[in-house]
Design a protein around this ligand. Structure first.
Ligand code: FES
Length: 323
């Protein structure tokens, strides 16, 4: 049976607009189990849910576990509970740390994170700084107000660098790739964590630039959509633009944006992976199946909604948008 321990919520801190960091200390007062960068713990929440969260901060610290949780718009209860109900001093059961995303020995490590995918990569950065392994961290985030764990990142590092790129300032991963990725150095390994679209893009770019598959390591930090909207369950729907009334079918293997562009409609795109908000367009009629990570839960359930054309789909047979 999985080893568990009781912990107490020792601190809660806001980390950008939609993230909260949770510091957990052992109820017994004893040091916590050792862990390595890339590890995660299961959190047993009072509402009966068990959720996995990457440990972040310095792996050398045995006095606390630090996690950072984004409020997911499609939350099935985990992130919502943590954001809305978790209290200082509350006790919880957690699993011992497990690691399926370990750092391998390398001459240099390139870390690429998007959104809340920064959590395991911050732990890697801390670990590399201690071991003296050269590293470069590139963190892609929507805007300055959304940056998580900034206090840990905005400092000088002896063995590497940390750069934060904001989509709102024209530096989404679609238009910006770091030199370390474009010109792979022998003996380097690349670790990435973020939404699936981000990782597919980074992986494809890396392979195209000559990286070996064995040097690429990734961990998806979440399913942006609930289980019943996985791609296998996708269906064709119709997208209609309100200005002309023109409509086109959106097949399962194409985005709304791609269909619109194929038909000569201009779509403002930047990240093309649901993290920047450039393509958000008001919905006039129909029920959007939101797959972006840029809008909050409240925005996605508001009476007046916007849909991310680069990644979202539709629950209704027809979706009318304000274009
Ligand atoms: S282009 Fe960035 S969210 Fe759609």
């Amino acid at each position: 049976m999985m080893e568990t321990l009781r912990v107490v919520v020792d601190a809660l801190s806001r980390q950008g607009k939609e993230n909260v960091a949770v510091s957990l200390v052992a109820e017994s007062g004893q040091p916590l189990p050792e862990w390595e960068a890339g590890a995660h713990i299961d959190l047993h929440l009072d509402n009966g849910l068990i959720r996995q969260y990457s440990l972040t901060g310095s792996p050398t610290r045995r006095d606390r576990f630090l996690i950072c949780v984004r409020l997911e718009s499609q939350s099935r209860g985990g992130s919502r509970y943590i954001h809305e109900r978790l209290k200082l001093g509350q006790t919880l059961t957690v699993s011992a740390p497990r690691n399926a995303f370990s750092l391998l020995p390398a001459q240099k490590i390139v870390l690429m994170a998007a959104g809340i995918g920064i959590t395991p990569l911050l732990a890697m950065l801390e670990s590399l700084e201690v071991s003296g392994t050269p590293f470069a961290l590139h963190y892609y985030v929507k805007d300055r107000q959304s940056t998580a764990l900034l206090r840990h990142l905005a400092r000088r590092f002896q063995h590497g660098s940390c750069d934060i790129w904001y989509s709102s300032e024209g530096n989404s991963p679609r238009v910006h790739l770091p030199a370390e990725l474009i010109q792979p150095e022998a003996g380097s390994h690349l670790y990435m964590c973020g939404p699936q679209g981000f990782m597919s893009h980074v992986k494809n770019q890396a392979l195209a630039k000559g990286w070996q598959q064995e040097a690429l390591h990734s961990e998806a930090f979440m399913a942006a959509a609930p289980a019943d909207t996985t791609p296998q369950g996708d269906e064709v729907f119709t997208i209609t633009i309100a200005s002309s009334g023109a409509s086109w079918p959106v097949p399962v293997d194409k985005t709304i944006a791609a269909v619109l562009q194929d038909n000569g409609v201009c779509v403002p795109l930047s990240c093309e992976m649901g993290i920047c908000g450039a393509c958000l367009t008001p919905v006039i009629e129909g029920r959007a199946d939101h797959r972006d990570t840029v809008q909050s839960a409240a925005e996605k359930s508001a009476s007046s909604q916007q849909v991310a054309l680069c990644c979202s789909r539709s629950f209704s047979a027809n979706l009318v948008i304000d274009l």
